[in-house]
Structure formats: C-alpha cells, structure tokens
Design a binder for this molecule. Structure first.
Ligand SMILES: Cc1cc2nc3c(=O)[nH]c(=O)nc-3n(C[C@H](O)[C@H](O)[C@H](O)COP(=O)(O)OP(=O)(O)OC[C@H]3O[C@@H](n4cnc5c(N)ncnc54)[C@H](O)[C@@H]3O)c2cc1C
Length: 486
C-alpha cells in the first residue's frame, strides 16, 4: 500500500515547477500535492542549460536557475517545496501508470495514487543509436536535455580543451546553434553538420539564416550543410575520433555534440489516453479528452491552439510555464476557467545575439531592418494577414509590440510598404493615440482655439531620435536584466 495525494504531478521539469508555484498561489493544502521526478534536483529552467551552464566564464549552475527565476519570480529550492507542504519525490522514475485505477508505480516499487494527475514528463533526446549508428554511446558523444547531460558536456569540453581538440555538432536546430556558440566560447574549434541547406530550417528563411551563419563563420565556426554523418570511427578505448559523412568526407574529432530532435515522453500512457501529434490530446483546460482526472502540460500536451483553430504540440518553455499554470487554475477552480489561449512564442540567445519569434511562420516572409547593424526582423503574411513576427536585437518594447501584432493579426494590404515600415508597423499598431498627437504641432488661432498640423520634418527627426534613444536605453536596460532571466 503506497501514498495517496489529491494531485500528483508526474515529471519534475520546467512545467512542474510552474505548476507547483501556481498551486501554492491558489492555496493548495499542505499534503495535497506530490511531484515525482526522475531527476535528482528540484525543478529548474531548462533553457539555462545551453545559455548559462556551458559558459566558460560566469557560468550559471544550480541552484541559480531553479524555477521560477525565468519569469522573474522567486527561486524555489527543495526547502520551498517542504515549507509549502509539497511532497517532492526526486530521483524516482515512474515505470507504469494505470489511469483507470488512478495509480502510478515507481521504479522503487511504490504505488502512488491520485485524484488528479498532471503529466509533465517533457521529452527525451533522439539518440544516434536509434538510427543505427554504432559507437554513438561513446563518452565523447554528448547530448543536452538535463543537468546531468550538461555536467557531462562541461567535463568533455574540459577534456577536449586539454588536448586542443576539435568538436563536431550534429544538427542545425537551436540546440545545435546554442551548443556551437558554447563550444566556441570554450575555445574549441567547431564544425556544424546538418542535412538542411541552412541553419534553423524549421523557422528561419535562407536570408535570416545567412545572417547567423555569417556571424558564426566570422567567429570561425565551420558549416557543412546538406550533408549527414554516416558513421563514427573509434580508437581502441572506444573514443570517437572521426566523423564520417555520407559523401565519404572524414572529420577528425575529439568531441561530438548531437542535437537532432526530441521525442515526447508519453509511452506510459500509450493505449490509455487519447493521443494526437505525438502528444496527449487535451482540451482547452489542458485536461485529457479521454480521462477527466488527467491533465497534460508542456512538451507532451497536444492542445487546441485557439487562435489558429488547430491542435498543436509545442516544445517551448513559455508554453510549458503557461500551460502548467492554466491546468492548475482549472483543477483548483473545478474547470471554471476559460480555455487556454496561447500565442506561440520562442526565443534564443547566442553570443551577443538575441532573437524572439511570435505567431507562426507560414505564408510570405517580409524582411525588414539592417543585417549590418544586427537589427533586423521579418513578418510572415498569410492570406493578407500578418501571422508571424521575428526580430533580432530588439528592445523589450519592440518585442512586446511584435507579440501584440502576431496576436492581433492585422490586415496587410501592401507587403512592400510593410517591408519599408518594418518595426514601425508593429509599433504603430500598439502605440496609444496620445503619443501620435504629441508629434503634431499645436497652433493657437485668433479666437484662442487650438488646431493640429502635421509636424515639420525636423520634428519627425527629433521624435525619431528620441525614439531611437529610448529604444537604446531600453535595450541596454534589458541586456542588464536578461542575465537573470532564462
Ligand atoms: C538545452 C535546452 C535549451 C532550451 N532552450 C529553449 C529556449 O531558448 N526557448 C524555448 O522556448 N525553449 C527552450 N527549450 C525547451 C524547453 O526547455 C522545454 O520546452 C521545457 O523544458 C518543457 O518543459 P516540460 O516540463 O514539459 O518538460 P521538461 O522540462 O523536460 O521536464 C520533464 C521532466 O519529467 C521527468 N520525467 C520524464 N519521464 C518521467 C518518468 N517516467 N518518471 C519520473 N519523471 C519523469 C524528466 O526527468 C524531467 O524532469 C530548451 C530545452 C533544452 C533542453
């Protein structure tokens, strides 16, 4: 006979941390909540692994990035869970689930029962072994999903530096790009290999990718595109020494970092819960459509994306945080909350660069801004509406404007004009009326009334100068603050 809880959160990652925070805010009773995690540490902000943990100078290690520092809230260490009456069961894998009986079976043999289950099991990395690559389990072949992986990668980077070795990154997505930047920061020459014709192919257009590839290239990062690794060669100790490409080329290597995608951890629930798009199909409350005592959040949830009238599964940290909070609100209010209404949002930071993306990248891509000044962006226009927005090097106010534009989906009549207006288009959508009026000149007439005229061009220039100044100050302020954010 095991323990019983009102709510069990299965998984101890980012979504679990934000779920716990929301439960406490909404006044869950001591002893009602249990979190079971295979990891041996309290929930943390996973993006910090590639953005802080791997740095050679000023690295951020735990406990610096436990949830919920990513949104500027309090950092919750193990003691916080204890103080709030939450049973945090760490280092424990759940090996079986029975959603009819409402029980979970841990690898240690304990049966834990629940009234409500929140599945927050995230995803696991795809491994090269799954594609039949031999030697892929060598100690100098690294992945990055959890803090153990990150610690191993840090050790391997140190070993690689010691022999003045080289690294190959396999995969051109954001994990590959962020790891390549980290390797470069660790003074390790790096070559990236990926099958697509440019990096970040799921999001970037060739033009956007060209900026980042040029930037990386100037740092000395080498790209081998449109190619894949075929096999490894190993020495007598099992260390991978050569990456052999499909076209027969061989790259001598001391360290391999693999970022080829992830697979949602839903296996425990296959055949028990409705599935869609590789995840657990939930409704607008994040509640399983096939079992109302089960909720799913974060990477495993296939949920109705209200603004697109579609079911999606997203692997983004912002969604993990918000979907977790939404599920908790639904549980605590007996589902009297509205439906989850999410705006897709994703970001990355590499070297001194930083970008954000909102909405979806479908339709025609309209570029704006100045690559040379590292300040540029793109809008996606689909069926006459702006549906997606991307910006590199923006200020807090500009990113907020992009988010609102992607949410509002304004009509775009002239894409050439949109390219010319660029950020101005998004800012104008969101600017309240008074600032526009303040750019007009007011003139007193003989009868004492005021009327407004268009400003002279010098006034526009001064106004624009002030706006640039404000944007610059915001940017500097944001850069100062972002160090604490993940
Ligand atoms: C290195 C890295 C950088 C990232 N950077 C960004 C970024 O810049 N922007 C962005 O939007 N997103 C980023 N992400 C993605 C983001 O971190 C994830 O979308 C988010 O962590 C998902 O949260 P989650 O709680 O659903 O899953 P996770 O955070 O993965 O947590 C899942 C938890 O469940 C546990 N678990 C799984 N199965 C079991 C089981 N059977 N028993 C017990 N415990 C189990 C796991 O051990 C883990 O603790 C990044 C991810 C990584 C790995």
């Amino acid at each position: 006979m095991g323990r019983a809880f009102k709510v069990v959160v299965l998984g101890g990652g980012t979504a679990a941390g934000y779920a716990a925070s929301e439960f406490v805010k909404l006044g869950i009773h001591h002893g009602d909540l249990c979190i079971i995690s295979e990891e041996s540490v309290a929930p943390y902000e996973r993006p910090a692994l590639s953005k802080g943990y791997l740095l050679i100078e000023g690295a951020a290690w735990l406990p610096a990035f436990h949830t919920c520092v990513g949104t500027g809230e309090e950092r919750h260490m193990t003691k916080w869970y204890k103080d709030n009456g939450i049973e945090l069961v760490l280092g424990t894998r759940v090996k079986a689930a029975d959603v009819r009986a409402r029980t979970l079976l841990t690898a240690a043999g304990e049966t834990i029962s629940y009234k409500f289950l929140v599945i927050a099991t995230g995803a696991r990395v795809l491994k090269l072994e799954e594609f039949g690559v031999t030697g892929a389990d060598a100690h100098n072949v690294c992945y990055l999903r959890d803090v153990q992986d990150a610690a191993h990668l840090v050790d391997q980077m140190a070993a690689c530096r010691k022999v003045e070795g080289k690294a190959v990154v396999i995969g051109g997505g954001y994990i590959g790009m962020e790891c390549a930047a980290a390797l470069h920061g660790n003074h390790i020459p790096v070559t990236m290999v990926f099958p697509e014709h440019h990096c970040m192919a799921r999001l970037f257009t060739p033009e956007i990718a060209a900026f980042y590839e040029t930037y990386y290239g100037k740092k000395g990062v080498n790209f081998i595109k449109g190619n894949v690794m075929a096999s490894f060669e190993q020495d007598e100790f099992g260390k991978v020494t050569t990456v052999v490409l499909k076209d027969g080329r061989k790259i001598a290597v001391d360290l391999v970092v693999v970022g080829i995608g992830i697979h949602p951890n839903v296996d425990l629930f296959e055949g028990q819960l409705a599935m869609e798009k590789g995840g657990i199909r939930v409704d607008g409350k994040m509640r399983s459509v096939s079992n109302h005592s089960v909720y799913a959040v974060g990477d495993v949830a296939a949920f109705p994306l209200k603004m697109y009238g579609d079911v999606r599964r997203l692997e983004h940290v912002d969604h993990a945080r918000k979907s977790a909070a939404h599920a908790v609100q639904a549980i605590m209010s007996s589902n009297k909350v509205g439906d989850y209404d999410y705006l897709p949002y994703f970001y990355s930071r590499v070297f001194t660069l930083s970008w954000q993306f909102y909405g979806e990248n479908v339709g025609e891509c309209i570029l704006f801004g100045d690559h040379a000044a590292s300040k540029f962006g793109a809008f996606w226009v689909h069926k006459g509406q702006l549906v997606g927005a991307f910006l590199e090097g923006g200020s807090k106010a500009e990113y907020a404007a992009l988010a609102r534009a992607a949410r509002q989906r304004p009509t775009v009549d002239d894409t050439r004009l949109l390219a010319m207006e660029g950020m101005g288009f998004a800012m104008a959508l969101t600017e309240p009326v008074p600032p526009r009026v303040s750019l007009m000149s007011s003139i007193a007439t003989a009868d004492g009334h005021l009327f407004l005229t268009r400003p002279p061009s010098w006034a526009i220039q001064v106004g624009a100068g002030v706006a640039v100044g404000v944007a610059f100050v915001s940017l500097a302020f944001w850069y100062g603050r972002r160090k604490k954010r993940w």
